[in-house]
Design a binder for this molecule. Structure first.
Ligand code: RRO
Length: 319
């Protein structure tokens, strides 16, 4: 085998490669194209967009941790209409495979964001419906997360269908009901689930005794430290819902971690936090994943996707 598989299927859509950028880590538009040709990636998932402009949380919004990063960006963005006018044309111009992402504070907010995207649906490969932002409210108060509730998840997916593009439901691993919630998203019409968003986390400044984040509360933990959580989430959902396509995300810093998520059952993999330290990370990881596929004699990504559930890679050949 001298060349890697040519494309991969995620639900009803086809991507040229399994590696995409993760939402919130690759700008709103084509910013990363000056570091690598975005058209060469499997896709670009843009920062979550609302039907309205939203200021986000107070600085500091990021805090490094020993094995990753905490963030409380707070969904800052200029909204879908601004994105369609200013950012989408740049992504189209560089020939990126575009996945938009939407968020809201209510089911109606999602419907509004999805409705605004509908006129440009033909330019989008999919819409990722972000049900799992850890920073939807500021302060230390408990917050509501759509992805921690199977019914709310279904309601949001139903409401978002008006976008007219295949939907990927982005879920949270901060629940013991992930399989039930993924099934609910699937039944409501999600074409795939994206597993996982950041984990709920917090760090304190021991001089002030207060949160290190400007929001005054916790944030979302990403990076290397959450990778095994993502692998397990993907593995368990793939085992329970074998017909549901999964996009894996969480602590992917090399082709090794991307391959793990694919073996666990992900059809595609997103690269997030690694991009902050290394803007070309997604392309490097894509090359490493291809090299792995060639070494393993993988002619079609379907041979690798979920192989951990079928006795491992090349199970028949090893028998
Ligand atoms: O903007 C954020 O604070 C944010 C979002 Br929308 C998300 O989905 N995950 C995250 O860690 N931060």
């Amino acid at each position: 085998m001298t060349s890697a598989p040519k494309f991969v299927r995620v639900g009803s859509v086809q991507l040229g490669h399994p590696i995409l950028t993760a939402s919130g880590t690759a700008g709103h538009g084509a910013e990363l194209n000056e570091y690598m040709p975005l058209r060469d990636l499997g896709g670009v998932v843009v920062k979550s967009l609302a039907a309205f402009e939203w200021p986000g949380n107070a600085a500091p919004r990021l805090h490094p941790t020993p094995l990753g990063m905490l963030n409380s960006v707070g969904l800052q963005g200029q909204g879908v209409a601004h994105w369609i006018e200013h950012d989408l044309p740049q992504l189209v111009a560089v020939n990126a495979t575009i996945v938009a992402s939407i968020w809201g504070r209510s089911v109606e907010d999602y419907a509004n964001a999805a409705r605004l995207l509908a006129p440009v649906a033909s330019k989008l490969r999919a819409v990722e419906v972000n049900l799992s932002c850890p920073n939807i409210s500021t302060g230390a108060s408990a917050h509501k997360m759509f992805a921690h509730d199977a019914q709310l998840t279904a309601d949001v997916i139903h409401a978002s269908a008006v976008c007219g593009a295949p939907m990927w439901a982005k879920l949270s691993a901060n629940t013991d009901r992930l399989v039930e919630i993924a099934a609910s998203a699937q039944q409501a019409g999600a074409d795939a689930v994206t597993l996982v968003n950041t984990m709920l986390g917090m760090a304190l400044d021991i001089d002030t005794g207060l949160s290190v984040l400007g929001s005054g509360g916790g944030g979302g933990l990403s990076g290397r430290g959450i990778h095994p959580i993502a692998v397990r989430a993907v593995f368990e959902v793939a085992a329970a819902l074998p017909q549901l396509s999964i996009v894996g995300v969480g602590g992917v810093t090399s082709g090794h971690e991307a391959a793990e998520l694919i073996l666990a059952g992900a059809s595609a993999v997103q690269v997030g936090t690694a991009t902050f330290a290394e803007p070309r990370a997604a392309l490097r990881i894509q090359n490493e994943l291809e090299a792995w596929a060639i070494r393993q004699g993988i002619a079609d990504w379907s041979q690798a996707i979920g192989a951990a559930h079928r006795g491992g890679l090349n199970y028949e050949a090893r028998r």
